[in-house]
Design a protein around this ligand. Sequence first.
Ligand code: ACO
Ligand code: ZN
Length: 164
Amino acid sequence: MGEEGLRVRGFRSDDLNRVMEINFECLPENYSSFFYRDLHRRFPETFLVAEEDSAIRGYIMCRIERGLSKLRNFRPVRQCHIVSIAVGGAYRRQGIATKLVLKAVRNARSEYNASECFLEVRVGNNPAIKLYEKMGFSKVKRNFGYYLDGEDAWVMALPIEENR
Ligand code: ACO
Ligand code: ZN
C-alpha cells in the first residue's frame, strides 16, 4: 500500500496502454485505441482510472446518451451508459470497482445532468451482477443473444439522485 492509497482520477492519454491491457486481460469485449480516445474526448468526466502506487488498477468508461427511461414510464431522460469497467485480477475485492462506479455516477449527474445509469452484463457474470446489485442497480431487461458468443445480457439500471 502506498502512502496515499487508492486514488480515482480522470483518464489521461498516457494511461491508454495500461487501460487497454487491463481490458484485454479481464474481458472478451475489446476495443480499438480510437474507441477509447473518442469516448474520452466526448465524455472525459466519466472516464476514470483507479491508481495506487502510480499504477493503474482499474478503469471505467461511459457514454452519455439520450433515451427512454428504463425505470420510470419510458420518459425521455439523459442516461449514463457504463460501456466498460474492469479491475486487474490481483486487485479485486478491495472496493475499487465500487469507487469507480460511484464517482462516474456522481460525475454523470453533476457534469452531464444524467438522471439514470445503465449497463449490460453477461447473465453468467456473477461478480459483476453482485457488485451492481449491491450498488442499487436492478435488472430491467434480458437481451437474448446480446454477446458475440451468444450469451444473454442483463440490462441493469440505477436512478441517480440529485446529491448522490
Ligand atoms: N463474487 C461475489 N460477489 C462479488 C465478487 C465476486 N467475485 N466481486 C465483487 N462482488 C460484490 C461483493 O458484494 C463486493 O462487496 P464485498 O467484497 O464487500 O463482498 C462488491 O461486489 C464490491 O466489490 P468491489 O471490490 O468493489 O469490486 P472489484 O473491484 O473486485 O471489481 C469487477 C468487480 C469489476 C466485476 C471485477 O471482478 C472485474 O474486473 N471483473 C472482470 C471484468 C468484468 O466482468 N467487468 C464487468 C463487465 S460488465 C460492464 O463492463 C458494463
Ligand atoms: Zn453497453
